[in-house]
Design a protein around this ligand. Sequence first.
Ligand SMILES: [Zn+2]
Ligand SMILES: [Zn+2]
Length: 275
Amino acid sequence: MTPLFDTHCHLDHGRLCDDLDDVLARAHEAGVWRMATIGCARELASVESALNIARAHADWIVTTIGVHPHDAAAVAAEPGLFEAVERIAREPEVVAIGEMGLDYYYDHSPRQEQQEVFRRQIALARQVRKPIVVHTRDAAEDTLRILREERAAEVGGIIHCFSETPAFAAAALDLGFVSSFSGIVTFKKAEAIQAAAKAQPADALLVETDAPYLAPIPKRGRRNEPSFVAHTADFVAALRGDDPDELRWTTTLNACRVFRLSPPESAPPKRPNSP
Ligand SMILES: [Zn+2]
Ligand SMILES: [Zn+2]
């Protein structure tokens, strides 16, 4: 089976961790070869939960650490939280910093604090020389401006759960940021996101679940899990008119390049018309 890479899931989330062994078994059956579980530093008490999952499954799970824009206010509220992020960021299992960014749709933290914590984390990523996982919602201009001002291009990274326009994807790519498409690309009203997935150069395209959120069609409305990344990959392949196996292979190689991991040892899929 052609290897898949779920570049963004939350395996330490309360909705997944109770039956994690079954979730992982189904991911394996679906062809998932690697996963990046995203560590969100909400509070000191659970700041290592994603790292611990990656350590327990080091043969196929990597992790990241960052402060989600929803939780930006927690940095000022809990002394030591950002220092813990800085410490964990240096661990070898941690392949990227984030998710970080701006979310002006929910505004769970004041925008000023979101921006400050975003800038601080870009500086951290540059310091530890690891790529950045960006979360952006209804904040396209400020996101691009801050990435530019803080020289994020030095490390590059991923626009995760892509929910913007083709123009945004192109501007992000100029800064060294590839786009990762989640289940929302499969939704009927996602025309702009679908146009972006179609226009995106093949070497700058990733897929993810963002599990437990946003399950793709035909699983929409259910709890999402990494095995469902296969539906998103197949949908994106059909959208682009690509061979599904080739799209799996390309997106997996792209993820390895961004996270600086060795590529799979298996052979690439044969093109349908090749001898
Ligand atoms: Zn996110
Ligand atoms: Zn996420």
